[in-house]
Design a protein around this ligand. Structure first.
Ligand code: NAD
Length: 270
């Protein structure tokens, strides 16, 4: 007798699943935290930003979700260990990890000093390694299957001026994702990534403004130039990414690991 297929509503039911979302105070991370909460998960938001993190947790809590904000820097091993331990004390080991925290300062390579380079790599790439190692380590020790989603970028394979460190870190995430998927598969831990195109977020707007200033044009002109190359004809929304993240952590993606999903409205085709 073949196994009975899981009914669709159960696929997207994250009740009692412990979810940790880095950079969840705003933008894409907040949208992901919000969708995982809507699916019934217990949500820990890890973010550098105290005020934004508390506000996000209180907004999601008011909508009925079980949410906790924990302040920390993903690039600091001690912070990562403290956060993962704190979440486990609260609800149990992390089942679902979304590595979303990231920074994308626009710095032309000839003006980029070592400190700036190191910070971008530390937050965007080392932070993913630190959190994945900490969360997956506990999944393995406690014998629990789990899912990890890393937020990469189309810049992992499509460079843009001023983003050499960022694009290198994001390309690193793509390979880190595949390496972790290879190593963790036998423990029932799936690891995938998402490569968003241009998404309207607070960070995205700052980057847009920096590009506009560098070229002496307006932010609206930068957006219009970008959108003119998007087959689906609009900027991305944080929720476009969040829905794919929900799919990737759900049993609907049970046989997917080590893969990258491009969420860009078709931009890289143009
Ligand atoms: P955002 O700047 O709007 O939000 C990022 C959040 O991460 C903030 O709350 C910030 O405080 C937090 N954060 C930054 N550094 C941190 C650290 N060291 N430790 C903990 N938290 C930290 O950014 P966003 O646009 O929502 O981007 C989220 C992710 O999506 C990033 O990894 C980014 O590279 C990626 N991405 C964004 C776009 C886009 O167009 N917005 C496109 C492709 C990829």
């Amino acid at each position: 007798m073949p196994d009975q297929p899981m009914p669709l509503p159960s696929m997207f039911d994250l009740t009692e699943r412990v979810c940790l979302v880095s950079g969840g105070a705003k933008g894409i991370g907040l949208a992901i935290a919000s969708r995982l909460a809507e699916a019934g998960g217990q949500i820990a938001i890890l973010d550098l930003d105290d005020t934004g993190g508390e506000q996000a947790a209180s907004d999601l809590g008011a909508a009925g979700a079980s949410v906790q904000f924990v302040q920390g820097d993903v690039s600091k091993p001690a912070d990562v260990a403290r956060v993962v331990e704190r979440v486990e004390k609260l609800w149990g080991p992390v089942d679902i990890l979304v590595n979303n925290a990231g920074i994308y300062p626009i710095i032309p390579t000839l003006a980029c000093d070592e400190t700036q380079w190191a910070r971008v790599i530390d937050v965007n790439l080392k932070g993913v390694f630190l959190l994945a190692r900490a969360a997956a380590g506990r999944m393995v020790e406690t014998g629990r299957a789990g899912a990890i989603v890393n937020i990469a970028s189309i810049n992992a394979f499509r460079p843009l001026p001023g983003l050499a460190a960022y694009s290198s870190a994001k390309a690193g995430i793509a390979m880190l994702t595949r390496s972790l998927a290879l190593e963790f598969g036998r423990f029932g831990i799936r690891v995938n990534s998402i490569s968003p195109g241009g998404i309207e977020t607070p960070g995205g707007r700052d980057a847009n403004r920096a590009v506009a200033d560098a070229f002496g044009i307006t932010s609206e002109q930068v957006t219009a130039g970008y959108v003119s190359r998007v087959p689906l004809g609009r900027m991305g929304r944080a929720d476009d990414v969040a829905l794919v993240a929900l799919f990737l952590v759900s049993p609907a993606a049970a046989y997917l690991t080590g893969t990258d999903v491009v969420v860009d409205g078709g931009y890289v085709l143009s």
